[in-house]
Ligand binder design. Sequence first.
Ligand code: AMP
Length: 140
Amino acid sequence: MDESTLFTKIIRGEIPSSKVAEGSDWYAFLDINPHRPGHTLVVPKEQAQRISELSVESRRSLLDGVVEVQRRLSIEFGTTDFSVNLNDGPLAGQEVPHVHFHIIPRIPEGTSRPIWTQTKESSEPDFAMLADLAERLQAH
Ligand code: AMP
């Protein structure tokens, strides 16, 4: 892939993101249009569209990134349960052509934290809320 993807630009800091955590081979940040509170994306720093195109090192450390993000989200949301999803190619629903795991903490329905103000219906991302949450997650 010649052109930099949106996520490569985020990793390089050319586009802002709400950073959650970072490893030598991966980067994690809050999804700008979260399905649920805490929805985080974990991406390899190596640019590739599908997991089969990643180097063995990137592939392995990506899962370390997933678990590290889960650890932080566990503390923040008081849960050990997560939806972990990866759309591996456009026919699978992948919109950004750069490998990424969606990590979504799962808590009992109706117990969303009061801090959470953004809803699926919101047209604009709540950047202040995302920044605030990212700061807390970085500290965990
Ligand atoms: P997918 O449909 O699996 O390719 O998921 C792409 C995800 O990237 C979606 O959940 C988007 O909300 C998210 N997304 C797109 N642009 C940004 C951005 N600038 N910052 C954070 N997340 C983004």
